[in-house]
Design a protein around this ligand. Structure first.
Ligand code: OAD
Length: 245
């Protein structure tokens, strides 16, 4: 794939880079995205109907089991060449921020360090009432298990639809977008706010913006560069052409 020379030099000279990733970067690790065809056992469930506080109130067992299924899928998955290329990119850029909407933890497993997890992390568990993290609990067979402190149900430490994002993480993400010289939006359909407005914020603040996605999205037309293809192929090639490795 031919990477435009102007993009190669923008990245080569950049001291501040921010990246936003979505479910698409983990697709090549075998983790289904949200808005494309769902597979297997859960094909008939719409994530938008499971990842909500209302769904959890209505059917806590179903929601817990859906996350349990996703946790198992993630535990078996490995970071792919796209995750690994972003970890390498961080080594070349003095001020590098990786903002992710993913809850799968694969960026950290790939070696990325400065990560903002906007939607939480599926491997952590919290109390559904007190919202404090819980590491251990008694397995009584009840699903979901209960908080050892207050007996409320436990839930994954992720952000659901209709819930607000962690304020600190969101503020840091917007700061990174505003100061970035280059901003990459990778594997996200850019429909879920407020994450979706990060690339446009970067653009308005003067960043060179790049989208990496096999399909067009809502923000494609506003990007300075669009690299059409799967992240697992495009990102290693981009790194090779900019840094030679
Ligand atoms: P989506 O499922 O909405 O979008 C996935 C995007 O990845 C699409 O634009 C695909 O074209 C693209 N894609 C697919 N395969 C790819 C590949 N190999 N390389 C690069 N891109 C690829 O997922 P998100 O945008 O992450 O929120 O969704 C945003 C949020 O909505 C999620 O974090 C989640 C969801 O509801 C919460 O759970 C709060």
């Amino acid at each position: 794939m031919e990477i435009p020379q102007a993009l190669v030099s923008a990245l080569k000279n950049a001291r501040r880079v921010a990246v936003l990733t979505g479910a698409g970067i983990s697709a090549e690790s075998g983790i289904p995205t949200f808005r494309e065809a769902q597979t297997g056992l859960w094909a008939r469930y719409d994530p938008a109907e499971l990842a909500t506080p209302q769904a959890f109130r209505r059917n806590p067992r179903l929601v817990w089991e859906w996350y349990q299924w996703r946790r198992e899928l993630i535990a078996q998955a490995e970071p792919n060449p796209g995750h690994l290329a972003l970890a390498r990119m961080e080594q070349h850029i003095p001020d590098f921020t990786l903002i992710t909407q993913n809850v799968d933890g694969l960026h950290r497993r790939a070696g990325s360090q400065n990560i903002i997890e906007l939607h939480g992390n599926i491997t952590r568990t919290k109390c559904s009432q007190e919202h404090i993290l819980i590491d251990t609990w008694e397995e009584t067979g009840e699903v979901p298990p209960r908080c050892p402190r207050c007996r409320a149900f436990l839930r994954p430490d992720v952000v659901w639809f209709h819930e607000s994002l962690p304020a600190d993480a969101l503020q840091e993400a917007f700061e990174a977008a505003k100061k970035a010289q280059v901003f990459l939006s990778i594997g996200t359909s850019a429909v879920v706010q407020p994450a979706a407005s990060l690339p446009l914020t970067a653009r308005q603040s003067g960043a060179v913006t790049v989208e990496i996605n096999p399909a067009p999205t809502l923000i494609t037309e506003s990007m300075s560069f669009v690299l059409t293809g799967p992240a697992g192929a495009v990102l290693p090639e981009l790194c090779r052409q900019v840094w030679g490795a």
